[in-house]
Design a protein around this ligand. Sequence first.
Ligand SMILES: CC(C)(COP(=O)(O)OP(=O)(O)OC[C@H]1O[C@@H](n2cnc3c(N)ncnc32)[C@H](O)[C@@H]1OP(=O)(O)O)[C@@H](O)C(=O)NCCC(=O)NCCS
Length: 259
Amino acid sequence: MLADPAAAQGARATEWLRLIEPAERARYDRYRVEGARQEYLTGRALVRTGLSRHADVDPADWRFEANRYGRPSVVAEQARLVPGLVFNLSHTRGLVALAVGRDCDVGVDVEWIDRQSRLSDLCTRYFAADETAYVRAAEGDELTERFFAFWTLGEAYIKARGMGLALPLDGFAYDITGDRPTIRFEPTCPDDPARWRFLRRAIGDRHRLALAVSSPEALLRVRFAWSTPGDVGAGADDASGLAAPEDALLVRGGGLAAS
Ligand SMILES: CC(C)(COP(=O)(O)OP(=O)(O)OC[C@H]1O[C@@H](n2cnc3c(N)ncnc32)[C@H](O)[C@@H]1OP(=O)(O)O)[C@@H](O)C(=O)NCCC(=O)NCCS
């Protein structure tokens, strides 16, 4: 689900603040930059209302805990109500994304495209050697696209694993030259490429999204929807005026197809 954090103002912000716990409220109050406050609050509201679509739990009643790397999940007592339910959240300037799944590992990342020339210099710090070479082989908008493809895909994988930067950034490398991204792992990051499926999407002109999913299912349907948390009919509407990217199928061992 995708949400525009600019919605976190006025009466709606007041309504969403009623959903959150004191610790979340304290964190909200610590943000000094209005945009960051809105992104944070929108994320909290999106997670709570999004999870309540899958369980008979009031949005304000969800309780969360974090693993040692900071990854939040629903507390065990509530997780028993919806076995296998997983989620991951990402926020950036002007966009919040929530991925919800069942019986899988899922990670999502969204980034606001910053078209600045230093992107080429940043590659060596964050990307594998062949990823860096692929970015630098391009220029202008194409260089930017490639940079944010690797960045969002890298983050989506790291977040799906739930281990943050404890995973070595040079322990995996993507190939984005084909119809769908594929991944390769180095001995420093042992994992099986065959268990992962990846999706890239442009969300309007300014944002890029990547999703990483590991699931035993042969076929996964990925549904995108804009949402204003708490609104009746949320999920089916196009809240931001931007078209939602089309839904997609992720097929094990096959290509990515629009449904
Ligand atoms: C913290 C991290 C998980 C994501 O950070 P980020 O990209 O700045 O932020 P995002 O908005 O995409 O995600 C933040 C959300 O992820 C979730 N999250 C936090 N820790 C997480 C973890 N270990 N695993 C999965 N999700 C996590 C939280 O819900 C958090 O939102 P919240 O703080 O409002 O609850 C981590 O990957 C990081 O610090 N990255 C730094 C950037 C970097 O070097 N990237 C390399 C690119 S190849």
